[in-house]
Design a binder for this molecule. Sequence first.
Ligand SMILES: Nc1ncnc2c1ncn2[C@@H]1O[C@H](COP(=O)(O)OP(=O)(O)OP(=O)(O)O)[C@@H](O)[C@H]1O
Ligand SMILES: Cc1cn([C@H]2C[C@H](O)[C@@H](COP(=O)(O)O)O2)c(=O)[nH]c1=O
Length: 215
Amino acid sequence: MSRFITFEGGEGVGKSTQMRRLAARLGEREQRVVTTREPGGSPRAERLRQLLLTGRAKPFGQLAETVLLASARADHVDRVIRPALEQGAWVLCDRFIDSTRAYQGVLGAVDADVISALERVAAGDCVPDLTLILDAPTELGLGRAGARAGEGARDRFEAEDGAFHERLRRAFIDICRHEPDRCVLIDATGAENEVADRIWDVVSRRFDLTSVAPA
Ligand SMILES: Nc1ncnc2c1ncn2[C@@H]1O[C@H](COP(=O)(O)OP(=O)(O)OP(=O)(O)O)[C@@H](O)[C@H]1O
Ligand SMILES: Cc1cn([C@H]2C[C@H](O)[C@@H](COP(=O)(O)O)O2)c(=O)[nH]c1=O
């Protein structure tokens, strides 16, 4: 059984934090875990991440950015995700296909057929078994992200206005509604421990780990 879990949601909701928490919990149960992220995750894809997040690719337009994201994803899947799954590891990934659907598809108005075609080319059969969509009021997520980065260090999406982030939140909720078997909406409000417990509840039930005690 492959175990590919992705973390999705708006800016600053706690995806990276919760991915680390879940990795630690799985590690305590002697599971082999690979954590990774998008855009990036492999050396070549990390170079494309720099282009995208600094805004240097922005003048080329939304379609070109979407193609760059797909190129980065193809390398990441081929070199990191698929090999790890084939070796029996759990793969936890901070953002994946749903971020492209939400940011480039819904917010960027790139045609849904183009997004789907690029998704098939880049990810192929590497579809997540479970996607945790972390949801919180946008001001909470942006506040957390701002406190972490300092105002001057926001990336180009964090710097978008409130309406952008509300639409983004709605886009992720809609994705969850359309794919209820794969996606689970997680209440990301409250303390880190509380959110981690909500996630563990979902993961341990889904993958039958409720009776596996920490080593
Ligand atoms: N439940 C929580 N309560 C308070 N602070 C939190 C919580 N979860 C995460 N944080 C803090 O909020 C900040 C953002 O968290 P994190 O980087 O995990 O979010 P993210 O969703 O991965 O952000 P981004 O979308 O920018 O990648 C960090 O400083 C983190 O320590
Ligand atoms: C995978 C992916 C990501 N993005 C955007 C979303 C975020 O603003 C950044 C990544 O930054 P983070 O701090 O690592 O969350 O990239 C996107 O627009 N499209 C995508 O497919």
